[in-house]
Design a protein around this ligand. Structure first.
Ligand code: ADP
Ligand code: ZN
Ligand code: MG
Length: 472
């Protein structure tokens, strides 16, 4: 009976080397106030100078989401007071952002759904307040880190759609290599705007903004809680009183949202063009360079299916992160068989990584897995023996060849050794040989089995088949 309406704002830190308006290094986790200068400390008279790389990264994003890139955009001052914002204004973009009118597509079972991206604008991050028992400290290392704020249209209709949108956005940012988009470290932060309306109604009702959600799970839970709170209020006739335009915080322990403050309308920020910064005009050469973007996950997925004949589900997994795709493509580049790579990466290696270890920090890197796959492809070891080798590789840094040697896993491909066994088996089973020759083809499998058994699993099966055929 209610329809859920969600619009998301995502603040993502761009991975430039230096800050957006000064040459201080961007950093995370360093000693407080070690990456600061007169500009990002807001000392009087210090002037901002725009970082070109941040603009290029914003253009790359706009290109990836089919957006309009404004070749002329403006930086504004957004005025508000907060201890971690010593200028008492944030430099941001308002009427004319660098990116407008984009889109991305989410897949939530019922085919692809288009989600509009209203705008993406550049701005500076604030510092960080650190609250101790009886006092608070301010660390300005983060002040001036470039942010791209990406604002969606209110096109999302469920918490599942919201999460699908965020995952898609996250993937785009990572494959473009314009942000670490690390949620734990706060370089991908989401505010969810949530309202409800009677089904069939098209107007927008009062929205509540839930600030700074930093995991997909919490985003889902926060939206679900908020939808329930608003629907309950509606059904109990308390909607007007209880659902007001405000900012709420999500309590991650009790899984409820709580009012934090009334939500300002933009007029209260007194936005005005920053007189310290000229309008940003993107010249042709810079634009042409910035729109050359790398292949994104979806394109890679399609290519893996077409070029390598990989199944859709596997291709989706192989492109689930930049690290995974890079790992896979390294193996392909080294000449390994794509299907062999798929199995050994997705099933064997991934299946052995435990406790949340991802491919990014797998103890067996792409170079080491390549060594192993080479030994499967050149028949030095069987796939079964290779599993034993991989188990060992996760424990030790010994070379693949040393592990094979130490464990005595080398397959016998030497004709002489195999032929000796074949001759013995055929001699001992003269009756079966006669039957086989008179047309009982099925017996071939019996001979293979016997030879392999004698070889104690060390014979190269392809070789055994080949030699047996010629003998018989
Ligand atoms: P602000 O910074 O004031 O929050 P923005 O324009 O940056 O304003 O972001 C507003 C966000 O809220 C957008 O993502 C928009 O889609 C969403 N939104 C606006 N109205 C509603 C509504 N009634 N219900 C849900 N989301 C909404
Ligand atoms: Zn600085
Ligand atoms: Mg907002």
């Amino acid at each position: 009976m209610f329809e859920v309406v969600i619009g998301l704002e995502v603040h993502t830190q761009l991975n430039t080397k230096t800050k957006i308006f000064c040459s201080c290094q961007t950093s995370f986790g360093d000693e407080a106030n070690t990456h600061v200068c007169p500009t990002c400390l807001a000392l009087p008279g210090a002037l901002p100078v725009l970082n070109k790389e941040a603009v290029k990264k914003a253009i790359a994003f706009g290109t990836a989401v089919n957006a309009t890139i404004n070749r002329r955009s403006i930086f504004n001052r957004k005025n508000y007071f907060y201890p971690d914002l010593p200028k008492a204004y944030q430099i941001s973009q308002f009427e004319v952002p660098v990116v407008e009118n984009g889109e991305l597509f989410i897949d939530v079972g019922a085919g692809k759904k288009r989600i509009g991206i209203t705008r993406a604008h550049l701005e500076e991050d604030a510092g960080k307040n650190i609250h101790e028992d009886s006092y608070s400290l301010v660390d300005l290392n983060r002040a001036g880190t470039p942010l791209l704020e990406i604002v969606s249209e209110p096109d999302l209709r469920s918490s599942d759609e919201a999460v699908a949108y965020l995952k898609q956005l996250h993937s785009i940012l990572r494959f473009l290599n314009i942000s670490d988009a690390n949620m734990q470290e706060g370089s991908f932060r989401c505010d969810a705007n949530v309202s409800i309306r009677p089904k069939g109604d098209t107007k927008l009702y009062t929205r509540v903004e839930i600030k700074n959600l930093n995991s997909f799970k919490f985003i889902q839970k926060a939206i679900e809680y908020e939808v329930e709170r608003q629907s309950d209020a509606w059904e109990d006739g308390r909607y007007e009183q209880e659902v007001v335009q405000e900012t709420r915080l999500f309590d991650t322990v009790n899984l409820v949202t709580r009012s934090m403050r009334g939500k300002e309308d933009s007029a209260e920020y007194r936005y005005f063009p920053d007189p310290d910064l000229l309008p940003v005009i993107i010249p042709d050469d810079m634009y042409d360079e910035a729109i050359k973007i790398p292949e994104l996950a979806e394109q890679k997925q399609a290519r893996y299916e077409q070029e390598y004949g990989i199944k859709t589900a596997d291709a989706i997994n192989l492109t689930s992160s930049v690290e995974m795709a890079t790992f896979f493509e390294y193996l392909i580049e080294k000449g390994r068989n794509p299907k062999l790579c798929t199995t050994w990466l997705l099933v064997e290696l991934l299946g052995r990584l435990k406790n949340g270890v991802t491919i990014a920090d797998s103890p067996v890197n792409s170079d080491r897995l390549n060594e192993l796959l080479v030994r499967i492809e050149d028949s030095t070891i069987s796939q079964k023996a290779a599993k034993e080798v991989l188990d060992e590789m996760l424990q030790s840094s010994a070379s693949v060849d040393d592990i094979i040697e130490a464990k005595g896993l080398k397959q016998v491909s030497d004709d002489g050794a195999i032929l000796a066994i074949i001759d013995a088996i055929l001699a001992a089973n003269a009756d079966k040989v006669a039957e086989y020759k008179s047309g009982k083809d099925k017996l071939f499998g019996f001979f293979v089995g016997q030879v392999m058994k004698e070889g104690k699993g060390a014979f190269n099966p392809a070789k055994v088949n080949e030699l047996l055929s010629s003998k018989l």
